[in-house]
Design a protein around this ligand. Structure first.
Ligand code: SF4
Length: 377
């Protein structure tokens, strides 16, 4: 009782000093700076490391503050990802069951026809998705003119349904980015996967710089960049920080940053990786939220392994986008009804589609586009 009385009589100033000293982690300092100064592209790797290493509850709390400042914290974007061309990929991404180099039992398929793709998009829209993403297991789109033109048609049709459209088709050339922009593409996904240093342990068939080049073409064409990575590949925490550092120092932060937890698939070189823990996801999401305050941070692959309370912590940490639908390319995704129940229980609401355009730079304006497209052969 004496303690309570003494506490009550303590002057307010002392409480303020105490509160400040409890909350002086890098997460607190940098979150406050993000709120005060807005988006920054000049992050130093050590700064991001200090945020990442902050006490987890402090990191979570301050990321939630940044999230509430930059977004409507109740809104969660629902995207549907459809594999429109499955398997048979020439690349050697160690986590991917679609690589033709691994025996995962996955059968290579041709590009899905128009009716099937548009039907899937319609169903996704009916189920509440506002963004439809089409994935093709290709190294790149060079030499695939017929298929690429077909995909341009899909983009136009789905955009006309009133949905945002995203594609992930491997590496792009400059003129292909232009053609996708012309067709109405909202975003292009091309993940960096991990840090530059750890990357050669995961993929040897294309370089980190080639990935960055594709992101540059996409950005220059005025298409939103969607780029993130995967944790649980055997990387060190330093590599997770490295990935976030590369993303947060791009000339424009990605519009979307998918954070994936590895889904280890039998037959791939990473089949025996141990599952990512929820705390690792929270640390990644919260750090991404503080360093890229305006980005949509997507709780992506691996969500199926997390319980509703665990997912709630991810939303609190700043995730504001998910994939809905039965499958994520070739792996299992969360159940539709369970997602609906979760939205209701957590008071989440679907985010409306956003059709605001990023202007294409001058060299990409329509009259020049014709020239570039024509020269693409
Ligand atoms: S991640 Fe993409 S590029 Fe890599 S093997 Fe799989 S489908 Fe091919």
């Amino acid at each position: 009782m004496m303690w309570i009385m003494r506490s009550i009589r303590r002057p307010l100033g002392q409480f303020q000093v105490a509160a400040a000293s409890f909350s002086s982690s890098a997460a607190a300092v940098e979150a406050e700076r993000s709120i005060r100064e807005g988006v920054r592209n000049d992050w130093r790797r050590e700064e991001i490391k200090s945020i990442y290493d902050s006490p987890i509850l402090d990191l979570l709390f301050h990321a939630a503050q940044v999230h509430r400042h930059a977004h409507n914290f109740r809104e969660v974007q629902q995207c549907t990802l459809l594999s429109i061309k499955t398997g048979g990929c020439s690349e050697d991404c160690s986590y991917c069951p679609q690589s033709s180099r691994y025996s995962t039992g996955l059968k290579a398929q041709k590009l899905m026809n128009e009716d099937a793709v548009l039907e899937a998009a319609r169903k996704a829209k009916e189920a509440g998705s506002t963004r439809f993403c089409m994935g093709a297991a290709w190294r790149d789109t060079v030499g695939r003119k017929t298929n690429f033109n077909q995909i341009l048609e899909y983009v136009k049709e789905i955009r006309d349904m009133g949905m945002e459209v995203c594609c992930t088709l491997g590496m792009l050339e400059k003129q292909q980015a232009l053609e996708l922009k012309k067709a109405g593409l909202t975003a292009y996904n091309h993940n960096l996967d991990t840090s530059r240093e750890f990357y050669p342990n995961i993929i040897t068939t294309r370089t980190y710089d080639e990935r960055l080049q594709t992101l540059e073409y996409v950005r220059d064409a005025g298409i939103n960049v969607c780029s993130g990575g995967i944790i649980g590949l055997g990387e060190a925490e330093e590599d997770r920080v490295g990935l976030l550092h590369t993303l947060a120092t791009l000339p424009i932060h990605p519009e979307s940053v998918p954070i994936n937890a590895l889904v280890a698939v039998k037959g791939t070189p990473l089949q025996d990786q141990k599952p990512v823990e929820i705390w690792e996801m929270i640390r990644m999401i919260a750090t991404a939220r503080i360093v890229m305050p305006k980005a949509m941070v997507r709780l992506s692959a691996g969500r199926v392994r997390f319980s509703m309370p665990e997912q709630a912590l991810c939303f609190l940490a700043g995730a504001n986008s998910i994939f809905t639908g039965e499958k994520l390319l070739t792996t299992q995704n969360n159940d539709y009804d369970a997602d609906q129940t979760m939205f209701k229980l957590l008071g989440l609401i679907p985010k409306a589609p956003d059709f605001s355009e990023r202007p294409a730079p001058k060299e990409f304006e329509p009259e020049n586009t014709e020239v570039a497209a024509a020269s693409s052969g």
